[in-house]
Design a protein around this ligand. Structure first.
Ligand code: UPG
Length: 460
């Protein structure tokens, strides 16, 4: 380490994030790891996203924030008529040139970029890196298994629509249609999203590095298989602040880039609750639930007669049943919280989650068992792994309208809190916590991979 920092000017990485909370969170944490190892980092995402961040200046002083255009600088997806598909098309037209402009601007300021670490969705960023003859590293915010599914779509080995009852892929359990990412069910309306996800692999052979926010131990077979295809494929997660892992990175204390404002009295509310008594419920930053689904979850929680802390984003609040109060003896509803702090609290018993990949990694890292209600994107595949592979949770059944009913949620809560199976799940969750921390610690599988990458940058 010491030799690197004295010998030369630090290498400069531009970390380019897709403009959503579930993407910028892990990429910021990865940036902090690189800074800790002596690399200079500029974090970039879209103008509109930055403009609307609740606290865009809460970055470590060593990381600067830059922006590119997605062609929707004043309204994001709304400016593209509220259509995610239209938004992607516009972004793909405007983004590459805007990235070129940013690289040229940084070079003119005497700050040339040596490496672009781009969110794998933005595959065109790799073409830009190659035009500038700089290192290109793809960063996957989804789990390996999910990446492998989209890779097989790209290869034409999974055809959409899927007509078979089950899909078999190398080194993975058999997947039923309901275990595949949601776009396989909604491919007619989500065609462009599916194209974007296939596109992650269209030029990946040119990538110098391929990173995945996961740990080797989570899925050794899939990682080994993937490394045969992309020899520089590396697991570098879990990308969460080290204060929740081995506390090695002192400078990563409270920094974050938040789209929503945390209601931090949650921790006060948790303070007098008995150990392992509170159900934490959150469905991430993006997915909307319809009114019927929120009503079922609301009554499922109330009928459980247990303490619960539920994050219902401001945009979702009006969908709650009218007789449902935000603060009762047993329950507290907030619009956003510091999820990691909540998960780390000893009062938390389990996490009812939509299985966004960050939430899954955070639960695994903190040893919190999960009750899975996957809804969209990669979440069903994550839920399959949670229940059947890592055995750290229970998936709530859905009815023919694809709705989770209150009785089923209630039964799963009971099973988690009262049964022998629940006890076993809790024990597994604690074991995973140990493995996640070990992987991120000095000498652990992810830490070694980060150091290998950093050393390669210093020897450019
Ligand atoms: O009150 C809250 C709720 C969430 N979070 C954080 O917000 C992030 C949410 O990320 P994630 O759990 O991955 O969910 P989404 O925001 O829904 O993420 C999108 O992006 C992920 C990464 O690609 C995908 O896995 C998801 O399916 C997709 O919906 C996590 O870091 C949470 O800790 C908070 O800090 N406070």
């Amino acid at each position: 380490m010491g030799e690197k920092t004295i010998a030369r000017k630090p290498p400069h990485c531009l970390v380019l994030s897709y403009p959503f909370q579930g993407h910028i969170n892990p990429m910021l944490q990865f940036s902090k790891l690189l800074v800790h190892e002596g690399v200079k980092v500029t974090l970039a995402t879209t103008r509109f996203f930055i403009k609307n961040l609740h606290n865009n200046n809460n970055l470590p002083p060593s990381i600067s924030l830059e922006s590119i255009s997605d062609g929707c600088d004043n309204g994001g997806i709304q400016e593209a008529g509220g259509s995610y598909n239209a938004y992607i098309q516009r972004f793909w037209q405007v983004g590459p040139q805007s990235l070129v402009d940013l690289l040229e601007k940084l070079a003119k300021l005497g700050n040339p970029v040596d490496c672009i670490i781009y969110n794998s969705f933005l595959s065109w960023a790799l073409d830009v890196a190659k035009r500038f003859s700089i290192v290109g590293a793809s960063y996957f915010t989804h789990n390996m298994a999910v990446n492998s599914i989209f890779y097989h779509v790209q290869l034409g080995k999974i055809k959409v629509p899927v007509i078979e009852d089950e899909v078999s892929l190398p080194s993975m359990p058999k997947l039923q249609l309901g275990d595949l990412p949601s776009f396989f069910l909604t491919y007619e309306e989500d065609g462009p999203v599916l194209e974007m996800l296939k596109g992650q692999f269209s030029n990946l052979d040119k990538a110098d590095w391929v990173f995945c926010n996961a740990i080797y131990e989570l899925d050794k077979e899939v990682v080994d298989w993937t490394t045969k295809i992309w020899p520089k494929y590396r697991t570098i997660g879990p990308n969460i602040p080290s204060k929740f892992l081995d506390k090695r990175v002192k400078e990563d204390e409270e920094y974050d880039v938040a789209q929503f404002k945390s209601e931090d009295y949650c921790i006060e509310w948790l303070a007098d609750k008995p150990k392992g008594s509170v159900i934490y419920v959150s469905f991430g930053s993006m997915v909307p639930f319809d009114e019927e689904q929120l009503r079922e979850i609301a009554y499922g929680l109330r009928n459980s007669d247990r303490y619960f802390l539920w994050v219902v984003r401001a945009s979702e609040e009006t969908k709650l049943p009218k007789d449902f109060v935000k603060k009762s003896e047993k329950g507290l509803i907030v619009t956003w919280c510091s999820q990691l702090q909540v998960l780390a609290h000893e009062a938390i018993a389990c996490f009812v989650t939509h299985c966004g990949w960050n939430s899954v990694l955070e639960a695994l890292s903190l040893g919190v068992p999960t009750i899975a209600i996957p809804k969209w994107a990669d979440q069903s595949t994550n839920a399959k792994y949670i229940e059947d592979v890592w055995k750290v949770g229970i998936r709530v059944p859905i009815d023919e309208k694809r709705i989770v009913r209150r009785e089923d949620l209630n039964n799963c809560i009971k099973e988690m809190m009262e049964s022998e199976k629940g006890e076993e799940i809790k024990r597994n969750a604690i074991e995973w916590r140990t493995l996640m921390t070990k992987a991120a610690s000095e000498g652990g599988s992810s830490h070694k991979n980060v150091i290998e990458f950093v050393n390669s940058l210093f020897s450019l």
